[in-house]
Write a protein that binds this ligand. Structure first.
Ligand SMILES: CC(C)(COP(=O)(O)OP(=O)(O)OC[C@H]1O[C@@H](n2cnc3c(N)ncnc32)[C@H](O)[C@@H]1OP(=O)(O)O)[C@@H](O)C(=O)NCCC(=O)NCCS
Length: 220
């Protein structure tokens, strides 16, 4: 009974419910939410069918959109949240989208939480471990089209592509854009609604469009 009613920090972080009683009540009041959680093992099939490698304890809430012509490899204890009715701090408009072209690769460490996140790779997007990404953020390692006007509809080989790296323990807020060639340093935070086009120093907060340094974070 203690477990049912007692405060559980991990449960609170994962589901927003303080104890198992609240979780149960939540499930009964919002059956679609409970359904999405129960369907998680089946939603994982979408990863396997698209040739995505993934580790232990991966939770897939809602159906992600995967286009894998290159390499996609996800670590342990990942969470892919695509559903409007599950736990996120934003009203997700779209599913998680992972698109790796023939030359592209998306590699993550462990415990990376993607909330309606889009990752577009034509060369390399690497994420470390223990990373949280708020709703509707886009990470891309390519301009997707050419800058010179006469080449925009042709010459796909000329498109600028530069690897993106998100280091361990980074928190990216909701509705951000992380552009080609950027490294976000360990432990940093990108404020909600930022557009990051230059490297981000470790243990720092960056905000705005273009994102600029706001303040340092204590490393202790
Ligand atoms: C980055 C963040 C954590 C900073 O929080 P904080 O430490 O309390 O910082 P403050 O609110 O004191 O803001 C510090 C400065 O950054 C500015 N700032 C904060 N968020 C900003 C944003 N999204 N865009 C532009 N500037 C921002 C503030 O105006 C302030 O500027 P000032 O120093 O000129 O007064 C918070 O603003 C944020 O964006 N959180 C993300 C929330 C989110 O997206 N959640 C989704 C679920 S993961």
């Amino acid at each position: 009974m203690g477990k049912l009613f007692g405060y559980d920090e991990k449960l609170r972080f994962d589901t927003g419910n303080e104890n198992y009683y609240e979780l149960l009540k939540d499930g009964l009041l919002h059956p679609s939410k409970a359904g999405v959680v129960l369907m998680s093992p089946f939603a994982k099939l979408v990863l396997s069918l698209n040739g995505v490698k993934y580790g232990r304890g991966v939770r897939v809430y809602g159906i992600p959109r995967i286009e894998n012509r290159g390499k996609i490899s996800l670590g342990n204890n990942m969470r892919l949240n695509s559903a409007v009715c599950t736990y996120n701090s934003g009203n997700l408009e779209g599913p998680v989208l992972l698109r790796a072209s023939k030359e592209g690769s998306i590699i993550t460490g462990d415990e990376v939480y993607l909330n309606g996140t889009s990752i577009i790779s034509e060369i390399s997007v690497t994420l470390g471990s223990r990373i949280m990404i708020g709703a509707n953020t886009v990470i891309m390692d390519t301009n997707t089209h050419n800058v010179p006007w006469e080449n925009r509809l042709r010459r796909w080989d000329k498109i600028v592509r530069k690897p993106v790296k998100i280091e361990d323990d980074v928190w990216i807020g909701a509705s951000c854009f992380i552009m080609k060639g950027v490294t976000v340093g360990k432990g940093s935070i990108i404020a909600a609604g930022s557009v990051v086009s230059k490297d981000v120093e470790p243990f720092s907060i960056y905000a705005g469009n273009p994102a600029v340094f706001v303040k340092k974070i204590d490393e202790e």
